[in-house]
Design a protein around this ligand. Structure first.
Ligand code: G3P
Length: 225
């Protein structure tokens, strides 16, 4: 399972890239709005940092297929071929996906709440389908279960599409999807940092260091004893 950063703050993206095995960046209009800056300025900054080959996912805004296609062309022109254009999985979106797929543009079908949306998106040429795990949970359904269904639908139909699960609020949601072997998960920096924030881990490390310093002296490590 790929692990992708769902954020547009360059400092947090840089920190995550330094410490964690991450595979790219996803954004959405709300994430870009939080920056308060020109969207392309922010996206270019991210693209320049992650490099031309890394996955960057950027969403269209238009409501019609024609408008979505125009948005997609501008997004790819600005940010390069390894940019996945996020298209909402609605009637106009399926039309746009088919046309963009034929042009060779990579598509992430987004705003997915049901397996049938993902099925139609995969048939329309999407490379990824993004179910919103936590938002589905908040509606009283099981987001992880729906993502698993979508994964099974893709495998059982020999679709090339993969699940790119989004909207996580806790480690358990992400763990269950890693166990199932879905294609990718995208999570906010807070959720990724929290994956290993655990008192038991900190306490174990502190005990090892304290025991060793008792043997060789304070501040000494294997490099200098
Ligand atoms: O891009 C969609 C997804 O990332 C939304 O996440 O946390 O706003 O539900 P969230």
């Amino acid at each position: 399972m790929k692990l992708i950063i769902d954020d547009a703050h360059i400092e947090q993206i840089k920190e995550l890239y330094e410490y964690y095995p991450v595979d790219g960046v996803t954004t959405n209009p709300t994430i870009l709005a939080k920056s308060g800056r020109n969207p392309y300025e922010v996206l270019h900054e991210i693209r320049d940092f992650i490099g031309a080959d890394a996955e960057l996912h950027v969403q269209v805004i238009a409501r019609t297929a024609t408008g979505m296609i125009a948005d997609a062309h501008r997004i790819v022109k600005e940010l390069g071929d390894n940019t996945y254009v996020k298209i909402p999985s609605i009637q106009e979106g399926f039309k746009a996906m088919r046309i963009l797929k034929n042009e060779g543009i990579s598509i992430t079908a987004t705003a997915i709440y049901t397996p049938l949306q993902a099925f139609l998106a995969a048939k329309s040429g999407a490379s990824y389908a993004a179910p919103y795990i936590n938002r589905i949970d908040n509606m009283g359904y099981d987001g992880v279960e729906i993502a698993r269904h979508i994964h099974d639908i893709f495998k059982n139909n020999n679709f090339k599409a993969e699940v790119l699960a989004a909207s996580f609020k806790n480690s358990q949601q992400l763990l269950e999807l890693a166990e199932y072997g879905i294609g990718a998960s995208t999570a906010s920096p807070d959720v990724i940092f929290a994956l290993v924030k655990n008192e038991a881990i900190t306490s174990a490390i502190n005990q090892f260091i304290s025991d060793f310093e008792g043997l060789v002296g304070n501040g000494k490590t294997m490099a200098d004893c």
